[in-house]
Design a protein around this ligand. Structure first.
Ligand code: GLU
Length: 426
């Protein structure tokens, strides 16, 4: 029999649900709540898993799996994105739904938290196939969603077109147009100005605040951004516009690096032409994501997927500040390692909340059938990010906590208070 020395044993596969629950446990203990609060908030209120039979373009039939998890509904309807990813499973969706609950509470957005996922690699399917999958999934979960019940939005692998199909499918089933059932819709279809850039705007906003608090001038500061999609691309662009030197950027296909700073608008044109950052003539390739994550930079923005900084690579991270553009990019162990190393970590539920804040604005506008200017949207978003940042920063200073613990404590208290005030039925 072969025995593996503990230090040689492979690190356990990161499990976002374990991380989400560990964060909740920490907050419940800090708040002095009893076990029943943890017991109620560590599990989802409702979950639905559905099979999605898909007729492929070549006539074959495949059966996919989809989920919708409503973690908490105490402060309002469920809210959260729909993810298309080849390895998304129910536990990942549960973790993501829980994080939405805290995000909405922290930003004082009147929703609970929810998330959806379909196990599919969207890059391997045609537009027509993705439309059929989206419509069938929407139909399967239609009893559980609605503008007052649970509101979907884009997430990894989905976009405004997906939302348009969902809105249409739901509306056809109801017999009239229901704009408020999803957010992140195209502007021509009741979407909000400023929504497409909202998550990126929030990420850039708190990144600049974090640099300021660490006494680093934005102009000339260095940054690396992992992910060049809905969050990372806009964040890289806005940081570049603010004078930050974006020295490295990656996507699923590759990593590019330029010590003097990448010309981000030029990179965007390359990506629009080719579909990837790879092959960009204005920078050099790096071997992989690990090299990007361990660059000696002022600011690191993981803006792709969860669990990219783990106990395997956390000790090699050299950034002064890490802003979580993605949901759950740090495992619990990695988070502790970075904190010990003095890295300022701005947690996901604060850093990437700009998206759901403007989703809320979109829903308000749709419900009132009255649309705001982009300036109005952006100034209201900035104001909310600033208020949330100040609350988290002040709480962290007061109690000598990390920004994550402070953010979680504030958010969990808001949700636990709502629970207590509503009481238990029956
Ligand atoms: N998927 C985004 C997130 O994780 C946006 C959610 C929303 O707008 O509802 O925050």
């Amino acid at each position: 029999m072969v025995t593996i020395e503990p230090e040689l044993a492979p690190a356990p596969t990161p499990r976002p649900l374990d991380d989400a629950r560990a964060q909740l446990r920490d907050a419940v203990e800090r708040l002095g709540h009893d076990e029943s609060v943890y017991a109620m908030l560590s599990v989802a209120r409702r979950e639905l898993s559905v099979s999605i039979p898909l007729r492929r373009d070549d006539g074959r039939v495949e059966v996919l799996t989809g989920h919708r998890v409503q973690h908490n509904l105490s402060r309002g309807p469920g809210k959260g994105g729909l993810r298309f990813s080849p390895d998304v499973g129910i536990d990942e969706v549960r973790a993501l739904a829980m994080w939405m609950t805290w995000k909405c509470a922290l930003l004082d957005v009147p929703y609970g938290g929810a998330k959806g996922g379909i196990t599919i690699d969207p890059r391997a399917y045609s537009q027509a196939e993705l439309e059929r999958v989206t419509r069938r999934y929407t139909s399967e979960v239609s009893q559980l969603i609605g503008p007052d019940v649970d509101i979907m939005a884009p997430d990894v692998g989905t976009d405004e077109r997906t939302m348009a199909w969902m809105m249409d499918t739901y509306s056809v089933g109801r017999g009239s147009t229901v704009l408020g059932v999803v957010t992140g819709k195209p502007v021509a279809l009741g979407g909000s100005l400023g929504r497409a850039m909202a998550t990126s705007r929030g990420v850039a906003y708190v990144s600049l605040l974090a640099l300021e608090r660490r006494g680093i001038r934005a102009s000339g500061a260095t940054a690396a951004v992992q992910g060049f999609g809905k969050v990372g691309r806009g964040a890289a662009r806005l940081l570049h516009d603010a004078g930050v030197r974006v020295v490295a950027v990656s996507d699923a296909d590759g990593v590019v690096h330029r010590a003097d700073g990448i010309d981000v608008p030029d990179l965007e044109r390359h990506v629009d032409r080719t579909g990837s950052v790879s092959g960009f003539a204005g920078a050099d390739p790096l071997p992989g994501q690990r090299e990007l994550l361990t660059l000696d930079v002022d600011l690191l923005v993981p803006a792709a997927v969860e669990a990219v900084v783990t106990e395997d690579n956390a000790r090699d991270v050299r950034a002064r500040i890490l802003v979580e553009g993605a949901n759950g990019p740090l495992t619990t162990v990695a988070d502790a390692i970075l904190q010990d190393a003095g890295c300022l970590v701005v947690p996901d539920i604060l850093a990437n909340a700009g998206g759901v804040v403007v989703s809320y604005f979109e829903w308000v506008q749709a419900n009132q059938a009255y649309w705001w200017s982009v300036d109005e949207v952006e100034s209201r978003l900035d104001a909310r990010m600033q208020v949330a940042w100040d609350r988290v920063w002040d709480r962290a200073q007061r109690d000598g906590q990390s920004l994550r613990s402070a953010a979680m404590t504030l958010a969990v208290k808001t949700v636990a208070d709502a629970h207590r005030l509503r009481g238990l039925y029956p």
